[in-house]
Design a protein around this ligand. Structure first.
Ligand SMILES: *Cc1c(COP(=O)(O)O)cnc(C)c1O
Length: 359
């Protein structure tokens, strides 16, 4: 019982020949940025999601920014964002010069459709629907409550999640994915992608990715550099082939954890909607005093994290917006993320649940 059970274990094991070979193949190729591995990954990932185009970029934040730039969103514009999300969702909006307008969430941590309609003004140019924790937000109800408004999906935590038969990332005007090392589909550094079926958005995102170039050296628009590199793409191609199995394992472990914790006095287990299939990026329980439970679990050698405290509007960066979101705040105050990832075994989940249940 004294060994430690880390919240995450990201090191590539020595026996993972496929990932090591992929890195080695790129090392020997002499092509390191936007080459054949990136192109192949883009084709494979757009097909996996069920969309026409994929444009590899260098982070999830860049993916969101490039979508907004491609749509012409900037100074003076407002973009609806959920109050409960990673800070990057809000930052991408402010980085293009627009104002993130927070919207409170429903009990499943997704943007609340009624609150979204109430927050819309004549400056609202788009909404970013975040599929948080691996769990799809109620995209179709949100869409119906915002008629005519383009919806961008933030899929940084939901690679492979589905609403009925459709994968998230295929539903809105465009979707942003992150491949940061902690995500369900992860590379060995920073990486991201834009997925879309809109040819104009795809073309403009491609220009914004690299100096406004369609052909080398001819800048059609002003743009920076957000390119994906070949090492990351080669690793992502290997790991994309494993994604469905790993997500299925997360689902099995999550079911086990929820069964074991069903009668635990101290925590409420996460729930889902019958129309959605979660990929369990995070397993977040609600508990009265998450910091105390985190301390207790640490004494058992079990790592936990808080997602997210503080929420974006509570950080110094956005505090001046002077807003409050009661449901998001109540959920965040009680949230504790327990370890759950595909490297864990059923016995690890039993150990976590036993330590929580003991309290
Ligand atoms: C990780 C994450 C991002 C940002 O991705 P980066 O690759 O770290 O820039 C955006 N949105 C959400 C919900 C995330 O979890």
């Amino acid at each position: 019982m004294s060994s430690t059970l880390d919240f995450l274990d990201l090191a590539v094991p020595p026996e993972d020949r496929e990932v090591r070979d992929a890195v080695w193949r790129v090392l020997s190729s002499g092509t390191y940025v936007l080459g054949p591995e990136v192109e192949a990954f883009e084709a494979e990932f757009s097909e996996y999601i069920g969309a026409e185009y994929c444009i590899g970029v260098n982070s999830g934040t860049a993916a969101l920014e490039l979508i907004l730039r491609a749509m012409g969103v900037g100074e003076g514009d407002e973009v609806l964002v959920p109050a409960y999300t990673a800070i990057a969702t809000w930052m991408a909006v402010s980085e293009v010069g627009a104002t993130p307008v927070g919207v409170d969430v429903d009990s499943l941590f997704g943007m609340d459709p009624v609150a979204a309609a109430a927050a819309r003004t004549d400056r609202t140019r788009a909404a970013i629907v975040v599929h948080l924790l691996g769990r799809p937000a109620d995209f179709h109800t949100i869409s119906a409550s915002l008629p005519g408004l383009p919806l961008i999906e933030d899929c940084a935590q939901a690679h492979g999640a589905r609403i009925r038969d459709a994968r998230v990332g295929s539903l809105g005007i465009a979707a942003a994915f992150s491949f940061y090392p902690t995500k369900n589909l992860a590379c060995l550094g920073d990486g991201g992608a834009v997925v879309t079926s809109d040819p104009d958005v795809a073309e403009r995102v491609r220009l914004f990715r690299s100096y406004g170039w369609r052909e080398r050296s001819e800048s059609l628009i002003k743009a920076g550099n957000s390119r994906l590199d070949e090492v990351q793409a080669a690793v992502l191609r290997v790991r994309l082939r494993r994604l469905d199995d790993e997500n299925a394992k997360r689902q099995r472990l999550a079911r086990l954890m929820s069964d074991l914790l069903a009668t635990a006095r101290l925590v409420t287990v996460p729930s889902g909607a019958e129309w959605a299939s979660s990929v369990w990026h995070l397993y977040v329980v609600q508990t009265k005093n998450p910091d105390a439970l985190a301390r207790d679990l640490k004494e058992h050698g079990i790592g936990t994290l808080r997602h997210y405290a503080p929420l974006p509007h509570q950080t110094p960066a956005f505090r001046s917006l002077k807003t409050t979101y009661p449901i998001a705040e109540r959920l965040a105050e009680a949230a504790l993320s327990l370890p759950l990832h595909p490297r864990l075994a059923a016995a690890d989940i039993e150990r976590v649940a036993a330590a929580v249940g003991e309290k």
